[in-house]
Design a protein around this ligand. Structure first.
Ligand SMILES: Nc1ncnc2c1ncn2[C@@H]1O[C@H](COP(=O)(O)OP(=O)(O)OP(=O)(O)O)[C@@H](O)[C@H]1O
Length: 236
């Protein structure tokens, strides 16, 4: 569903991604793991078209992303830090994003909106929201259009434990429907129930891409999070 071929991303002379080759298939939840600054967000932004891809190619559902913007409709994105017009209410923000999609009829997914009980806060202005509530709005928007691919950058950072659990269960539910989930997180214990594959990155390179089961077998650990720690110790 997503294929990345020979992707190199430079910011002036700095190489943030080097010859990245990856393939992600439907029905999987994949964690991008690696130390701060290793290139996780840069990779996500390349897939989203927010970073220009000059060297290498990215295909989403078989289409080269440089050929059309339409592929973005297949992707829901929850950024690390969501930035919204300060003076809009939560309701106006959600309506603005719906309008921007320009689709009259849509099979909207309001499940997270309801679970987070955000309708109670509908009239609050975005600038007055706590960091965690802003994250909830970002999560709602990522799932709202029922996308086939959901990309979550540090999704549970700042969420309270109940909200983090609600989001985790939602991720599992959507993965089980056959969607592709890409997730970056430093909170490894939260990933245990979710993941089917793990990608380890360091200094802009992919070091390992393996299934969660292989990771557990290879490291001799019962939990994915413990297996990830074992691998991280060897690469840091
Ligand atoms: N727009 C940019 N201009 C210049 N350098 C950038 C830009 N975006 C990212 N970088 C650099 O690319 C490297 C990778 O950054 P990136 O945000 O992808 O890391 P990350 O793995 O997501 O880190 P973290 O775990 O801290 O979120 C960093 O050294 C960063 O400073």
């Amino acid at each position: 569903m997503i294929e990345i071929k020979n992707l190199t991303k430079k910011f002036n002379r700095f190489t943030a991604l080097q010859n990245v080759q990856l393939q992600f298939n439907t029905g999987n939840a994949i964690a991008l793991i690696g130390p701060n600054g290793c290139g996780k967000t840069t990779l996500i932004k390349c897939i989203l078209g927010l970073n220009v891809v000059e060297e290498g190619q990215i295909f989403v559902k078989g289409e080269n992303i440089n050929d059309s913007y339409q592929y973005r409709k297949s992707i829901g994105y929850m950024p690390q830090i969501g930035r919204y017009p300060e003076n809009l209410s939560i309701e106006q923000t959600i309506n603005m994003v719906k309008d921007a999609r320009n689709t009259k009829e849509h099979n909207y997914d309001y499940e997270l909106l309801e679970s987070f009980e955000l309708e109670k806060l509908y009239q609050k202005k975005m600038r007055t929201l706590s960091g965690g509530t802003t994250q909830k709005v970002s999560a709602v928007l990522a799932f709202l259009f029922n996308p086939d691919i959901i990309i979550l950058d540090e999704p549970t950072a700042g969420l309270d434990p109940l909200a983090a659990e609600i989001l985790k269960q939602k991720i599992i539910k959507e993965k089980n429907k056959g969607k592709l989930i890409l997730i970056t997180s430093h909170l490894l214990s939260e990933l245990d129930e979710i993941l089917t594959e793990v990608v380890f990155m360091n200094e802009g390179k992919v070091l390992v891409h393996q299934s969660a089961q292989d990771l557990k077998t290879q490291t001799g650990k019962d939990k994915i999070s413990e297996g990830i720690i074992s691998i991280l110790k060897t690469i840091q």
